[in-house]
Design a protein. Structure first.
Length: 298
């Protein structure tokens, strides 16, 4: 999406139907380009550039029929099933974590787990069906696959940690093997997932800052890990003091979010949501700072 222009099957049908209707009324000769999708164009024109066709790549039937209803999510049944599966796995992970906890469950933790399950259920299916539409370059595909793995792994790990009463670890715990001795493996994994999520988000954000043309906003794939980590940071049993790496990473993410909003404009709601995810991830990295600053002073 750029500015207020949102490519979608319904909008494509709306524009082409309007062009054909105007041509018939005014007696114009028009040439609709192009007949078939050409996925190779994603290398030059981004994801949308490969899907301008009236027919899918090698398809025998057109994407839509003039005058008929058009769905932006024709695979909505698959999306719904994947969402239900993701939510079920989150609850299952929390149940497995609860078996290792000695203290009684609290309604806050249960509500937090439900929030993670709801967020995952709403967007995981979208992340899954978009995986096949990412860029053709190897780097783009690897990034898309990494984000997809995080979209599933982080909510499961966060739900497991919440049920056990674990807290979100710092980058120092994940990156320094000397800190692993005597630490629970779950804490190390959580810290590593937080670091990887920040790097992935930063990679996408900086791409939109320095070379935004033809770049997509991976909202669904990024929303799963970011929301899960934010819920864990707020609902978990405390959090470590953020170090220099967390503060530096949060600064880059916040700066990128501000630039993206200014550069893309407020009419681009995808840019606004993506910037919101960057800010939420930054707040997760700095959450202990906010918590300490709100404490009363003696």
């Amino acid at each position: 999406m750029r500015a207020g222009a949102l490519p979608s099957p319904a909008n494509q049908a709306l524009v082409l139907s309007g062009v054909v209707a105007a041509a018939e009324q005014e007696g114009w000769k028009v040439n609709l380009i192009e007949a078939f999708d050409q996925p190779w164009k994603r290398l030059l024109e981004g994801t949308v550039g490969g899907y301008w066709g009236l027919f899918g790549d090698g398809a025998e039937q057109p994407k839509f029929r003039f005058g008929a209803a058009v769905s932006n999510v024709p695979q909505w049944r698959l999306v719904a099933r994947l969402g239900v599966l993701a939510a079920f796995l989150v609850f299952l992970s929390a149940w497995l974590g609860d078996r290792h906890r000695s203290e009684a469950a609290t309604w806050r933790r249960d509500l937090a787990v439900a929030g993670i399950a709801l967020a995952s259920g709403l967007v995981f299916g979208q992340a899954a069906i978009r995986l096949n539409m990412e860029g053709v370059e190897l780097g783009d595909r690897l990034r898309a696959l990494g984000l997809f793995v995080l979209a599933l792994a982080v909510p499961l790990a966060a739900a497991f940690a919440l049920a056990r009463g674990d807290r979100l670890g710092s980058f120092a715990l994940a990156l320094d093997p000397g800190n692993w001795r005597g630490k629970d493996s779950v804490a190390v994994v959580l810290a590593a997932l937080l670091a990887v999520t920040m790097v992935a988000a930063m990679h996408v954000a900086l791409g939109l800052v320095f070379d935004p043309r033809y770049k997509d906003f991976p909202l669904a794939a990024l929303a799963c890990p970011v929301i899960a980590l934010a819920i864990l940071a707020v609902a978990g049993s405390g959090a470590p003091r953020p170090g220099t790496a967390e503060i530096a990473g949060a600064s880059v993410l916040i700066g990128s979010a501000l630039f993206i909003v200014v550069n893309e404009g407020i009419a681009n709601w995808q840019a606004l949501l993506f910037a919101g995810l960057l800010v939420l991830l930054s707040a997760t990295l700095l959450w202990p700072v906010a918590a300490r600053s709100s404490a009363p002073r003696a």
